[in-house]
Write a protein that binds this ligand. Structure first.
Ligand code: ZN
Length: 121
């Protein structure tokens, strides 16, 4: 089930009304490494949250297959979120050597090269 409060991936900005509303709807199931696994009380869906890291963007991600929650690769989802967050593509060419892709809005690089540089928002 998808709603405004529950996209498949989103940023988790601690202290915001959105983050609080989500956490209230979830119960912590398990912790492992940098991740926490939660279950949504209302419908039993699973959600993975990055643990609190001072200099890192945190994501909350829907986990369709709970068995793989620790290894689920969110790279493509994070790129899509970054693209949406930036409002799409600009008009120039990416400045990375040899790259012919169009830049991301407010970036000198395309989506892939922006992401490679560690940018997440
Ligand atoms: Zn590029």
């Amino acid at each position: 089930m998808q709603s405004a409060l529950w996209p498949d991936i989103d940023y988790h900005q601690a202290g915001t009304a959105t983050a609080r509303a989500r956490l209230e709807a979830l119960e912590l199931i398990e912790q492992h490494g940098w991740y926490e696994l939660y279950r949504k009380k209302e419908d039993g869906s699973y959600w993975r949250l990055d643990r609190d890291e001072k200099y890192q963007e945190r994501f909350i991600v829907r986990i369709a297959e709970p068995a793989t929650w620790q290894t689920f690769d969110t790279t493509e989802l994070e790129k899509q979120l970054l693209l949406n967050q930036r409002g799409g593509l600009g008009t120039e060419r990416c400045i990375a050597a040899g790259c012919k892709s169009t830049v991301l809005q407010r970036s000198a690089f395309c989506l892939n090269h922006t992401y490679e540089r560690g940018v997440r928002t």
